[in-house]
Design a binder for this molecule. Structure first.
Ligand code: PAF
Length: 288
Protein backbone atom coordinates (compact mmCIF):
# COMPACT_ATOMS: atom_id res chain seq x y z
CA UNK A 1 0.00 0.00 0.00
CA UNK A 2 1.25 3.48 -0.86
CA UNK A 3 0.43 6.43 1.36
CA UNK A 4 0.02 9.78 -0.43
CA UNK A 5 -0.67 13.20 1.06
CA UNK A 6 -0.37 15.40 -1.97
CA UNK A 7 -3.29 16.06 -4.35
CA UNK A 8 -1.32 16.39 -7.55
CA UNK A 9 0.71 13.21 -6.90
CA UNK A 10 -2.34 11.06 -6.29
CA UNK A 11 -4.19 12.65 -9.22
CA UNK A 12 -1.31 12.08 -11.65
CA UNK A 13 -0.72 8.54 -10.50
CA UNK A 14 -4.37 7.52 -10.80
CA UNK A 15 -4.85 9.27 -14.15
CA UNK A 16 -2.03 7.26 -15.61
CA UNK A 17 -3.48 4.02 -14.16
CA UNK A 18 -6.88 4.88 -15.64
CA UNK A 19 -5.31 5.49 -19.04
CA UNK A 20 -4.06 1.92 -18.88
CA UNK A 21 -7.65 0.79 -18.43
CA UNK A 22 -7.51 0.13 -14.68
CA UNK A 23 -10.79 0.35 -12.80
CA UNK A 24 -10.65 2.46 -9.64
CA UNK A 25 -12.72 1.81 -6.54
CA UNK A 26 -12.87 4.55 -3.91
CA UNK A 27 -13.71 4.44 -0.21
CA UNK A 28 -13.90 7.91 1.40
CA UNK A 29 -13.53 7.89 5.19
CA UNK A 30 -12.71 10.13 8.13
CA UNK A 31 -10.49 7.45 9.64
CA UNK A 32 -10.61 5.64 13.00
CA UNK A 33 -11.47 2.67 10.86
CA UNK A 34 -13.79 -0.08 12.02
CA UNK A 35 -15.24 -3.15 10.38
CA UNK A 36 -17.83 -1.01 8.57
CA UNK A 37 -15.07 0.82 6.66
CA UNK A 38 -13.17 -2.40 6.04
CA UNK A 39 -16.29 -3.97 4.53
CA UNK A 40 -16.46 -1.03 2.09
CA UNK A 41 -12.80 -1.59 1.20
CA UNK A 42 -13.33 -5.33 0.77
CA UNK A 43 -16.32 -4.70 -1.52
CA UNK A 44 -14.16 -2.28 -3.53
CA UNK A 45 -11.34 -4.87 -3.67
CA UNK A 46 -13.64 -7.41 -5.34
CA UNK A 47 -14.89 -5.08 -8.05
CA UNK A 48 -11.90 -2.91 -9.04
CA UNK A 49 -8.24 -3.09 -10.08
CA UNK A 50 -7.10 -0.33 -7.73
CA UNK A 51 -8.61 0.49 -4.35
CA UNK A 52 -8.14 4.00 -3.01
CA UNK A 53 -9.15 4.98 0.51
CA UNK A 54 -9.09 8.56 1.73
CA UNK A 55 -8.73 9.48 5.38
CA UNK A 56 -9.61 13.08 6.01
CA UNK A 57 -11.47 14.50 8.99
CA UNK A 58 -13.31 17.13 7.02
CA UNK A 59 -13.67 20.33 9.08
CA UNK A 60 -16.40 21.66 6.76
CA UNK A 61 -18.93 19.03 7.82
CA UNK A 62 -18.71 19.72 11.57
CA UNK A 63 -20.81 22.42 13.19
CA UNK A 64 -19.28 24.86 15.74
CA UNK A 65 -20.52 22.77 18.70
CA UNK A 66 -19.68 19.39 17.22
CA UNK A 67 -16.80 17.03 17.87
CA UNK A 68 -14.28 18.02 15.15
CA UNK A 69 -11.42 18.52 17.64
CA UNK A 70 -12.17 15.40 19.65
CA UNK A 71 -13.15 13.20 16.69
CA UNK A 72 -11.16 9.97 17.27
CA UNK A 73 -7.97 9.71 15.21
CA UNK A 74 -5.41 6.89 14.98
CA UNK A 75 -3.45 7.18 11.72
CA UNK A 76 -0.97 4.33 12.34
CA UNK A 77 -3.64 1.81 13.23
CA UNK A 78 -5.78 3.03 10.30
CA UNK A 79 -2.91 2.51 7.85
CA UNK A 80 -2.36 -1.06 9.08
CA UNK A 81 -6.09 -1.86 8.85
CA UNK A 82 -6.43 -0.30 5.39
CA UNK A 83 -3.49 -2.37 4.12
CA UNK A 84 -5.03 -5.54 5.58
CA UNK A 85 -8.32 -4.82 3.79
CA UNK A 86 -6.53 -4.64 0.43
CA UNK A 87 -6.27 -0.87 -0.05
CA UNK A 88 -3.63 0.06 -2.65
CA UNK A 89 -3.50 3.84 -2.17
CA UNK A 90 -4.19 5.60 1.12
CA UNK A 91 -4.83 9.29 0.47
CA UNK A 92 -4.21 11.21 3.66
CA UNK A 93 -4.26 14.97 2.96
CA UNK A 94 -3.89 17.81 5.47
CA UNK A 95 -6.71 20.39 5.73
CA UNK A 96 -4.51 23.02 4.05
CA UNK A 97 -3.88 20.74 1.09
CA UNK A 98 -7.63 20.37 0.62
CA UNK A 99 -8.90 23.85 1.35
CA UNK A 100 -6.28 26.57 1.24
CA UNK A 101 -7.37 29.36 -1.11
CA UNK A 102 -10.91 27.96 -1.58
CA UNK A 103 -13.44 30.39 -3.02
CA UNK A 104 -16.47 28.18 -3.79
CA UNK A 105 -19.15 27.08 -1.34
CA UNK A 106 -21.53 24.26 -2.22
CA UNK A 107 -25.07 24.12 -0.86
CA UNK A 108 -27.45 21.16 -1.00
CA UNK A 109 -31.11 22.09 -1.43
CA UNK A 110 -32.87 18.70 -1.49
CA UNK A 111 -32.88 15.68 0.86
CA UNK A 112 -31.27 17.66 3.71
CA UNK A 113 -34.19 19.31 5.52
CA UNK A 114 -35.01 16.08 7.42
CA UNK A 115 -33.19 13.60 9.69
CA UNK A 116 -29.60 14.60 10.59
CA UNK A 117 -29.53 17.27 7.87
CA UNK A 118 -32.16 19.35 9.66
CA UNK A 119 -30.28 19.09 12.97
CA UNK A 120 -26.78 19.68 11.59
CA UNK A 121 -27.00 22.89 9.58
CA UNK A 122 -24.40 22.94 6.83
CA UNK A 123 -23.27 19.36 7.49
CA UNK A 124 -24.19 18.05 4.04
CA UNK A 125 -22.84 21.20 2.36
CA UNK A 126 -19.48 20.19 3.86
CA UNK A 127 -19.94 16.56 2.81
CA UNK A 128 -20.75 17.33 -0.85
CA UNK A 129 -17.87 19.82 -1.02
CA UNK A 130 -15.29 17.30 0.16
CA UNK A 131 -16.79 14.40 -1.80
CA UNK A 132 -16.82 16.47 -5.02
CA UNK A 133 -13.18 17.36 -4.48
CA UNK A 134 -12.30 13.75 -3.72
CA UNK A 135 -14.14 12.50 -6.82
CA UNK A 136 -12.19 15.01 -8.93
CA UNK A 137 -8.89 14.04 -7.31
CA UNK A 138 -9.37 10.26 -7.43
CA UNK A 139 -11.57 9.89 -10.54
CA UNK A 140 -13.15 6.65 -9.30
CA UNK A 141 -15.28 4.31 -11.40
CA UNK A 142 -17.06 3.07 -8.27
CA UNK A 143 -17.40 4.79 -4.88
CA UNK A 144 -18.55 2.89 -1.80
CA UNK A 145 -20.82 4.36 0.88
CA UNK A 146 -22.33 2.61 3.90
CA UNK A 147 -26.09 2.60 4.33
CA UNK A 148 -25.70 3.28 8.03
CA UNK A 149 -25.58 6.90 6.95
CA UNK A 150 -28.45 6.49 4.50
CA UNK A 151 -29.12 10.22 4.23
CA UNK A 152 -25.52 10.69 3.14
CA UNK A 153 -26.04 8.01 0.45
CA UNK A 154 -29.20 9.82 -0.72
CA UNK A 155 -27.40 13.19 -0.83
CA UNK A 156 -24.37 11.76 -2.66
CA UNK A 157 -26.63 10.07 -5.21
CA UNK A 158 -28.25 13.50 -5.74
CA UNK A 159 -24.79 15.08 -6.11
CA UNK A 160 -23.71 12.55 -8.73
CA UNK A 161 -26.97 13.05 -10.62
CA UNK A 162 -26.94 16.86 -10.48
CA UNK A 163 -23.24 17.40 -11.29
CA UNK A 164 -23.00 14.44 -13.69
CA UNK A 165 -20.05 12.82 -11.95
CA UNK A 166 -19.15 9.70 -13.97
CA UNK A 167 -19.09 7.62 -10.78
CA UNK A 168 -21.17 4.61 -9.84
CA UNK A 169 -22.31 4.86 -6.21
CA UNK A 170 -22.34 1.48 -4.48
CA UNK A 171 -24.66 1.24 -1.45
CA UNK A 172 -23.14 -1.12 1.13
CA UNK A 173 -25.33 -2.59 3.91
CA UNK A 174 -24.65 -1.56 7.53
CA UNK A 175 -22.16 -3.71 9.40
CA UNK A 176 -23.34 -4.64 12.89
CA UNK A 177 -21.97 -6.04 16.12
CA UNK A 178 -23.26 -9.51 17.04
CA UNK A 179 -25.97 -7.94 19.18
CA UNK A 180 -27.19 -5.78 16.28
CA UNK A 181 -25.60 -2.43 17.22
CA UNK A 182 -24.44 -0.65 14.06
CA UNK A 183 -20.64 -0.28 14.01
CA UNK A 184 -19.59 3.34 14.45
CA UNK A 185 -16.45 5.25 15.42
CA UNK A 186 -18.58 6.94 18.07
CA UNK A 187 -19.51 3.68 19.89
CA UNK A 188 -16.29 4.07 21.91
CA UNK A 189 -17.93 6.99 23.72
CA UNK A 190 -20.71 4.81 25.20
CA UNK A 191 -20.53 3.91 28.89
CA UNK A 192 -20.78 0.23 29.79
CA UNK A 193 -24.48 0.58 30.67
CA UNK A 194 -25.23 2.53 27.50
CA UNK A 195 -23.39 -0.04 25.39
CA UNK A 196 -25.62 -2.74 26.90
CA UNK A 197 -28.75 -0.70 26.07
CA UNK A 198 -27.76 0.42 22.58
CA UNK A 199 -28.81 -2.77 20.68
CA UNK A 200 -32.44 -1.78 21.45
CA UNK A 201 -32.14 0.77 18.63
CA UNK A 202 -31.79 -1.88 15.93
CA UNK A 203 -34.09 -4.34 17.60
CA UNK A 204 -36.86 -1.71 17.69
CA UNK A 205 -36.31 -1.12 13.95
CA UNK A 206 -36.61 -4.86 13.35
CA UNK A 207 -39.85 -4.87 15.38
CA UNK A 208 -41.09 -2.12 13.12
CA UNK A 209 -40.24 -4.21 10.08
CA UNK A 210 -42.26 -7.12 11.50
CA UNK A 211 -45.22 -4.85 12.24
CA UNK A 212 -45.12 -3.62 8.65
CA UNK A 213 -44.89 -7.20 7.35
CA UNK A 214 -47.98 -7.96 9.44
CA UNK A 215 -49.75 -5.18 7.56
CA UNK A 216 -49.41 -2.03 9.71
CA UNK A 217 -49.19 0.88 7.29
CA UNK A 218 -49.53 4.13 9.25
CA UNK A 219 -46.12 5.74 9.89
CA UNK A 220 -47.11 7.20 13.29
CA UNK A 221 -48.08 3.75 14.65
CA UNK A 222 -44.64 2.45 13.79
CA UNK A 223 -42.86 5.53 15.16
CA UNK A 224 -44.73 5.30 18.48
CA UNK A 225 -43.79 1.65 18.87
CA UNK A 226 -40.08 2.39 18.37
CA UNK A 227 -40.24 5.45 20.64
CA UNK A 228 -41.86 3.44 23.46
CA UNK A 229 -39.20 0.75 23.33
CA UNK A 230 -36.30 3.21 23.32
CA UNK A 231 -37.81 5.28 26.13
CA UNK A 232 -38.52 2.29 28.32
CA UNK A 233 -35.40 0.20 27.62
CA UNK A 234 -32.58 2.75 27.32
CA UNK A 235 -31.30 5.86 29.09
CA UNK A 236 -30.89 7.59 25.73
CA UNK A 237 -32.98 10.52 24.54
CA UNK A 238 -34.66 10.19 21.17
CA UNK A 239 -33.52 12.97 18.85
CA UNK A 240 -35.72 11.74 15.99
CA UNK A 241 -37.57 8.75 14.64
CA UNK A 242 -38.77 9.52 11.13
CA UNK A 243 -40.06 7.73 8.05
CA UNK A 244 -39.58 8.98 4.47
CA UNK A 245 -39.51 7.70 0.92
CA UNK A 246 -36.01 6.59 -0.09
CA UNK A 247 -33.81 7.99 -1.57
CA UNK A 248 -35.97 11.12 -2.15
CA UNK A 249 -36.52 11.59 1.61
CA UNK A 250 -40.01 12.97 1.13
CA UNK A 251 -42.99 12.62 3.50
CA UNK A 252 -45.16 9.55 3.04
CA UNK A 253 -48.56 8.93 4.56
CA UNK A 254 -48.75 5.22 3.92
CA UNK A 255 -45.93 2.69 4.00
CA UNK A 256 -45.65 1.80 0.32
CA UNK A 257 -42.79 1.60 -2.17
CA UNK A 258 -39.21 2.06 -0.91
CA UNK A 259 -38.95 3.91 2.38
CA UNK A 260 -36.58 4.45 5.28
CA UNK A 261 -37.22 4.31 9.00
CA UNK A 262 -34.38 6.25 10.59
CA UNK A 263 -33.58 7.23 14.14
CA UNK A 264 -31.05 9.16 16.18
CA UNK A 265 -30.65 8.71 19.93
CA UNK A 266 -28.49 10.80 22.23
CA UNK A 267 -26.53 9.10 24.99
CA UNK A 268 -24.27 10.97 27.43
CA UNK A 269 -21.28 11.34 25.09
CA UNK A 270 -22.48 9.78 21.84
CA UNK A 271 -25.33 10.36 19.46
CA UNK A 272 -26.12 7.13 17.61
CA UNK A 273 -27.97 6.81 14.32
CA UNK A 274 -29.47 3.75 12.68
CA UNK A 275 -32.04 2.92 10.01
CA UNK A 276 -33.66 0.25 7.94
CA UNK A 277 -34.79 0.57 4.35
CA UNK A 278 -37.87 -1.40 3.39
CA UNK A 279 -39.40 -2.07 -0.03
CA UNK A 280 -43.11 -2.81 -0.02
CA UNK A 281 -45.13 -3.48 -3.12
CA UNK A 282 -48.61 -1.96 -3.60
CA UNK A 283 -50.25 -5.41 -3.76
CA UNK A 284 -49.28 -6.52 -0.24
CA UNK A 285 -52.24 -6.82 2.11
CA UNK A 286 -52.76 -3.91 4.49
CA UNK A 287 -54.29 -3.60 7.93
CA UNK A 288 -53.66 -0.69 10.28
O1 PAF B 1 -19.00 9.22 5.92
C1 PAF B 1 -17.95 9.85 6.16
O2 PAF B 1 -17.05 9.36 6.84
C2 PAF B 1 -17.79 11.26 5.62
O3 PAF B 1 -18.97 11.97 5.66
C3 PAF B 1 -17.16 11.29 4.21
C4 PAF B 1 -18.06 10.64 3.17
C5 PAF B 1 -15.82 10.59 4.23
C6 PAF B 1 -16.95 12.74 3.79
O4 PAF B 1 -16.10 13.40 4.67
Amino acid sequence: MQKMTNISSVQEYLLSEKRQGKKIGFVPTMGFLHEGHLTLAEAARKENDIVVMSIFVNPLQFGPNEDFESYPRNPERDAALAASAGVDILFFPEADEMYSGSSIKMHVTERTDVLCGSRRTGHFDGVVTVVSKLFNIIGPDNAYFGLKDAQQVAVIEGLVHDLNFPVNIVRVPTVREEDGLAKSSRNVYLSETERAEAPVLYSSLKDAESLIEEGKSIPQTIISHIQNRINSETSGTVDYIEIYSFPELEDIHSLQGEFIIALAVKFQKARLIDNIIIKKSQEEKQNV
